[in-house]
Design a binder for this molecule. Structure first.
Ligand code: FAD
Ligand code: NAP
Length: 339
């Protein structure tokens, strides 16, 4: 196991690039390491924080105690038949690299989720999703260490309670489960998912009439590269807020006052609204308070122009929530994890 690193700058380990420090940091590349760090943190009576790729966290202060950085690697076929391949991935694997690898192998299911930053272990946390797919659509099971008992558990996908940017790991198992591996079932003869308008348009522009998973992967990479701010250039953690899901009555009220408001009907009769549209209507797109801002093209993405503190970003986010609530009566929920 690697040694304890002390007083570590988190700016380079988190995509917001906020200047905060971790009192102690240990990189773990095996389950045995996880257990050892757990024991050490308990023996020293210090808090333990789990870090993957740092692309969904906002540091509002230095992190006390121990940060455990998950670097458990591994890609292992655990089952296969004529139609499917089930692969277990170590929690520290890069999500995008894993998606690219499945596409190279001709295994379908994850291609719409190309270029999402971060690790495999964090993917089930908020059930990452994009361009009409969620990781839940391929997830078979999630294996984790229980921080309270130091025991290993495996939950099948149903028990993970995946929902829109939701899972049991954000609720009953928050601060309990340290995810060490995830299994995904992939299709040998995949059907592509082009339900998302941006993907269809990109394929059309490329002159692709009968897209393969490689075509969809390439299209998503191209769209995302064009549309989304690169954290290497400007600090951000992707969407800061979730898209609000409202009941039919609220939808009807809002729609009658805003005929151009985007809304997506859900299977259960609710409507998903586009948080970016609501924020944009309140005039926030491109807003800047010092080095904390709202991206010029993506109202859902808060950015650090270089010297913003986590508190400044958080304050800005609260003002946005208040103004959207005043204008529409809808409360935006945060997607990013605040430390
Ligand atoms: P981290 O930021 O390190 O951690 C996130 C949370 O999970 C923290 O609370 C952490 O404690 C916990 N955690 C991390 N690893 C583990 C583990 N192994 N076990 C237990 N807990 C753990 N998200 C989407 O859903 N869809 C998108 O399209 C998308 N696009 C993005 C685009 C950009 C430019 C950026 C910066 C972010 C985007 N995100 C998107 C958000 C982010 O990439 C995902 O949430 C990703 O899964 C976070 O992974 P991570 O390893 O960086 O997690
Ligand atoms: P977009 O295409 O401008 O669309 C705006 C919103 O409308 C999206 O949030 C999306 O919800 C919803 N939407 C669009 N078409 C839809 C459809 N056919 N069915 C249901 N909902 C639809 O969005 P964008 O900002 O460029 O992002 C593109 C994709 O990447 C989205 O899926 C988004 O979630 C994902 N993304 C996520 C993050 C993050 O950090 N979470 C960051 C960047 C991009 P959904 O978000 O539910 O798809």
């Amino acid at each position: 196991m690697n040694t304890v690193e002390t007083n570590i700058a988190l700016a380079g380990l988190t995509s917001f690039g906020i200047a905060a420090k971790a009192q102690q940091l240990m990189r773990v590349d095996s389950v045995a390491d996880v257990l050892q760090v757990l024991k050490a943190a308990e023996a020293d009576a210090v808090p333990l924080t789990v870090l993957g790729g740092g692309s969904n966290v906002l540091c509002t202060h230095d992190v006390r105690g121990m940060v455990m950085k998950i670097e458990i690697m591994g890609r292992r076929i655990v089952a296969e038949d004529d139609a499917t391949v089930t692969v277990e991935f170590g929690a520290g694997e890069s999500w995008h690299d894993v998606v690219a690898w499945t596409v190279e192998n001709g295994w379908g299911g994850l291609e719409n989720l190309a270029l999402i930053p971060g690790t495999v272990g964090a993917a089930p946390m908020q059930n990452i999703g994009a361009y009409g797919t969620e990781q839940a659509s391929c997830a078979v099971s999630v294996t984790y260490v229980d921080r309270r008992t130091h025991t290993m558990h495996t939950l099948d996908a149903d028990a993970c309670a995946f929902g829109y940017r939701e899972s049991v790991f954000k609720h009953a198992l928050r601060d309990v489960a340290i995810i060490t591996s995830v299994r995904y079932r992939l299709q040998r003869h995949p059907t592509v998912n082009t339900t998302y308008a941006d993907v269809r348009n990109e394929l059309q522009v490329r002159g692709v009439a009968a897209p393969t998973i490689r075509d969809v992967f390439d299209a998503v990479v191209a769209i995302r590269t064009r549309k989304l701010p690169d954290p290497a250039v400007i600090g951000n953690a992707g969407s800061f807020f979730k898209n609000p899901v409202v009941d039919a009555e609220t939808y009807t009220r809002l729609r009658s006052a805003n005929a151009d408001m985007p809304a997506y009907p859900q299977a259960d009769g609710t409507y998903k609204l586009a948080a970016a549209w609501l924020i944009d209507q309140c005039g926030w797109k491109g807003h800047r308070d010092g080095d904390a801002g709202v991206h010029v093209n993506q109202a859902l993405v808060l950015v650090n122009y270089g010297g913003a503190t986590g508190r400044q970003i958080l304050e800005l986010s609260k003002r946005i929530v208040a103004s959207v609530h005043d204008a529409f009566g809808v409360t935006l929920e945060r997607e990013v994890n605040v430390w």
